[in-house]
Design a binder for this molecule. Structure first.
Ligand code: UD1
Ligand code: M6R
Length: 371
């Protein structure tokens, strides 16, 4: 039932304040003698010691689920102190890459039925790793075969393009980082700030959703483009990949997410006065580097659309010439949850304006159960 919405993708984008609330329900609690806030993930509590002691955490997924894991990687590394490596499920299987008993392998899948992810899971189980699932689907093959895990509880997702599951996956992995890093006094203040940020997320997501009309206007401007680049780095490298994946899969427009740090190692050659480029430059430790990226793209006459923190328009818009998307600020590791939303809206409006099928993009299936 789509209610007042025309498409499931649209409904699922606008549902995110509620889906994120459900994802967090009962999992953020005030506990302990000092009444500090903590995270309780019922599905992981008996395994936290093993995860903390593991030599490495390996994130495995495909498509949007891989991107969600990539967005969470920095905070998991920071709070757990355990090195995190990333694996696209099919590539891990193709390479038969090394997985050891001392590893924790975390499998991320909305459907819990993706063939590549399940094959990678079988492989990791054979190699003796602790296997953790993060899925939206209770009773799925992933939920059944993993040793433990977390249900993201985002509610049923029908549109082929994953939207609300992406933001809920990031929130679950941020909670996983908090739970795994939960015994370190040294990062207590940071953990509290993240928990406050999590509690604030639904209202900030509501605020971002007000950009809907603005994103429709932007889509009108971009309707006939051949291609769209999205530059991001740090926490928002994943946002660039995910924004580009949305535009590609539903609007059927070529789009590429680019790690901004790689700009001079190739992509800069593409920049001219025609090609539209989204640059994600919200406030975090990478902000000044992104400001310099903007200046360099501007110097090559790039057509820039800059996503920045509310109030920062003047510091990102060189010569007042670029289009700006302003988003609210939240703790850095949660910023990807907010930043992806304008790009989801942009992909949605581009699809409608270009006359393509929103919920069933050509050639794609919601759950890829064959290889
Ligand atoms: C569980 C209940 C929830 C209830 C809550 C009350 C279920 C599905 N969840 O939620 O209804 O309100 O207790 O305390 O009944 N698991 C895997 N692999 C996965 C995902 C999960 O093995 O990929 C396992 C977990 O380790 C756990 C179980 O499934 O043993 C349920 O996980 P989850 O729903 O995340 O646990 P709770 O949040 O505690
Ligand atoms: O169900 P899964 O999360 O395992 O699915 C993985 C990918 O097939 C999926 O995310 C795909 O990339 C989406 N259509 C993206 O919107």
């Amino acid at each position: 039932n789509k209610g007042k919405y025309k498409h499931y993708m649209q409904k699922e984008i606008h549902e995110q304040p509620e889906s994120l609330t459900t994802t967090m329900r009962g999992r953020l609690i005030r506990g302990g003698a000092c009444k500090s806030k903590t995270v309780l993930l019922g599905g992981l509590k008996d395994h936290l010691k093993t995860i903390r002691r593991s030599r490495r955490i390996v994130f495995v997924g495909c498509g949007t689920s891989y991107n969600a894991a990539l967005a969470s990687r920095p905070i998991v590394e920071e709070l757990s102190g355990v090195p995190v490596t990333m694996e696209v499920a099919s590539d891990l299987v193709d390479r038969q890459g090394p997985i050891y008993r001392e590893d924790t392998a975390v499998f991320v899948s909305q459907s819990g039925e993706t063939a590549d992810t399940l094959q990678a899971l079988d492989y990791a189980l054979e190699n003796g790793a602790l296997c953790v699932g993060i899925t939206n689907t209770v009773g799925s093959a992933l939920a059944r075969k993993t040793h433990c895990g977390v249900h993201i509880n985002a509610g049923c997702e029908i549109g082929v393009a994953s939207t609300k599951a992406y933001t809920s996956q990031i929130v679950v992995m941020a909670m996983l980082a908090l739970a795994v890093g939960g015994d370190m006094i040294s990062n207590e203040a940071r953990r509290e700030a993240i928990i406050d940020g999590l509690l604030d997320l639904p209202s900030k997501v509501k605020e971002v959703l007000k950009l809907d009309e603005e994103m429709k206007d932007l889509a009108e401007l971009l309707i006939n483009e051949q291609s769209l680049l999205v530059f991001g780095r740090g926490y928002n490298y994943a946002t660039a990949l995910e924004g580009a994946l949305k535009v590609k899969e539903v609007a059927l427009m070529h789009s590429e997410g680019i790690l901004a740090g790689e700009m001079k190692h190739g992509p800069l050659a593409l920049v001219d006065h025609n090609l539209p480029i989204v640059v994600i430059a919200t406030r975090d430790a990478c902000f000044s580097k992104q400001q310099s990226v903007i200046q360099q793209l501007h110097a090559r006459k790039g057509r820039l659309i800059v996503m920045c923190t509310k109030g920062d328009s003047a510091s990102v818009s060189v010569g007042g010439s670029c289009r700006v998307i302003e988003v609210p600020h939240v703790e850095d590791c949660l910023q990807p949850v907010l930043n992806v939303i304008p790009l989801q809206l942009l992909a949605y409006h581009l699809t409608v304006l270009r006359g393509h099928n929103v919920d069933q993009p050509r050639n794609l299936a919601k759950s890829v159960t064959t290889q």
